[in-house]
Write a protein that binds this ligand. Sequence first.
Ligand code: SF4
Length: 707
Amino acid sequence: MTHTVRSTCCYCGVGCGVLIHTDGERIVGIDGDPAHPANFGRLCTKGRTLPLTTGDAGRVLAPMLRDGRDDARQPVSWQTAIATAADRFAAVIREHGPDAVAFYLSGQLLTEDYYVFNKLAKGLIGTANVDTNSRLCMSSAVSAYKLAFGADGPPTCYDDLEAADLVLFAGSNAAFAHPILFRRLEEARAARPGVKWIAIDPRRTDTAAMADLHLAIQPGTDVALFNGMLHHLIWEGRLDFDLIGLHSEGFDALKNEVRAYPPHRAAEICGIDEADLVTAADWFGDAKAALSLYCMGLNQSSHGTDKNLALINLHLATGQIGKPGAGPFSLTGQPNAMGGREVGGMATMLASHRDLANAAHRDELSALWGVPAERLPARPGLTAVELFDALEAGTVKAVWIACTNPAHSMPDLNKVRAALTKAEFVVLQEAFADTDTAPFADLLLPASSWGEKEGVVTNSERRISRVRAAVKAPGEARADWRIARDFAQALQARLAPSEPALFDFDSPEAVFVEYRATTVGRDIDIGGVSYALLEAAPQQWPLPAGEKLGRARLYTDRVFNTESGRACFHAVPYLPVAEAPNARYPFRLLSGRLRDQWHGMSRSGRVPQLFEHAAEARLGMNPGDMARRGLADGDLVAVASRRGALVLPVEAAAGTPSGSLFLPMHWNGQFLQDAGVNLMTSPARCDKSAQPELKHAAVKLVKLDLP
Ligand code: SF4
């Protein structure tokens, strides 16, 4: 006898609703949820094959602990595991202070999981060393939204996909990365003649190939492009003077900056035709509703925040915001990158869009949590790259990693692996036993996974959906919020036994209710959201108590979340990539996604069907470059940056520009020389968002003539 459980796909930030079919013990099928407003019943290849990733094969089934680095891990009880972890963390904190420990989380975690970890770090231990793999994914978008609008959060919604008459993809291969949204866009274009698409991408991706105009800019030159487009629009006077004059500040400084980017100069920097830049600007200026969809091509950059800001400048200057079909829409990669932002689960934030540096915000939160205000850290903690640098330097001694695989996903992997080797104590809370990070764990804790856990996630359009359990977790695996809670309770017993219990949660709903209380009165207010309401339908934030519907679009009244209520223009100059090619490292290594794989393949790598699109790791190269170097499809090459090298077959990729190479980010140590692309990527990062430049590194390439 099967029954159906309504839930949410665990792969990407589109956040598709799913119907899980289960016989009570196993997940036996899946369908798209016709009632979910993200996907209306559709699923992509990854979502459709989710049931094939469930069951106990390859799972961590019991807590495993080792005494010394050279010992094998042995199964232990949960009680021993939690007590050992609490003893080790408490000892480090007592001897070296709260900043000698750190937590590294994941956009795969549910909001409730994130909330408990964040409260544990900032409210109990008193460290802001709690960062997440979302730092690698969207922190530049967060910084830019805050700088421009005064608060984090996309001002747009998915209905804008159908309402836009100009869609600008900026560093987004949505056809692969956000396939269900892309399908909606395709249908909208087919239904409404006159809709135009522009794609900005150095590569001719599937998305770019379907655009009406593809601007194949040199990697990293996006700011010059946006400044050049704005220069043209200012010159022509095609601006929204109401928004500029009454609802924003900083336009004069911006105007001064973009004087240096006349279209011919901007086009020269970008390596494109001036006419194409002007066409793009004209289409943007003429559009009734211009929607920009942007992703890692802007974010994963040493100037990621500036790239975001330059695009937002275009939207503000032309009034393309706060109305149907218009706005700068950052698409999140992970299923709950948004939830992590909301609960402040990053080293630079406090819960519910509060700031660490703001004493009033710290006071509010300490009162809500019932902890001394002076305990809450006033300065940012270590962001992802800094955190692993500090582990290597020995200033952080113990790290707790939850639901992510930094030994594959961080830039400059050799350094990260050295850091994990050197750490005094590594805890890994993970569903899958064979990730690249697992060998480094002194304590490996079995976490429940998709289809086995309860909570909520927020998708790219600020919509909160329920995630529900359809089956029991295998072995002794437990829900992430519960593991975090048990550890937090054990740690409080050691560090602050006389304080009232801080982690008295008996369910994920109890965690949600406490989190909700922290949002009241904030821009992110979800006082009107409950699990009961979410049973009926997913909801967008903000949705304060007393209101019936969440807000589809932000800033429709042109009142922004800054102190003045005005949006802020930012004059941003074009700056080159951190690591320019030179005679020794003449190629640009670009990374990106495949259609059918997900992140480090911990889950999608278990599904044979998902290898039909790309069966093995291959280095994509421009066919002309291959001919000049005497390379044919399948030839083995060694490719090396200043940090590491890989050997793999090369293949002709017509969409890869001359001088560049393309390697998908997914292939992990099981599939590509015990490592993956990040052996070579650069840890250089944006000074505003701390997001690393995973998209670009200078490399050299040598053909291997094997006998
Ligand atoms: Fe899952 Fe994203 Fe595919 Fe939707 S588009 S089914 S959320 S992977």
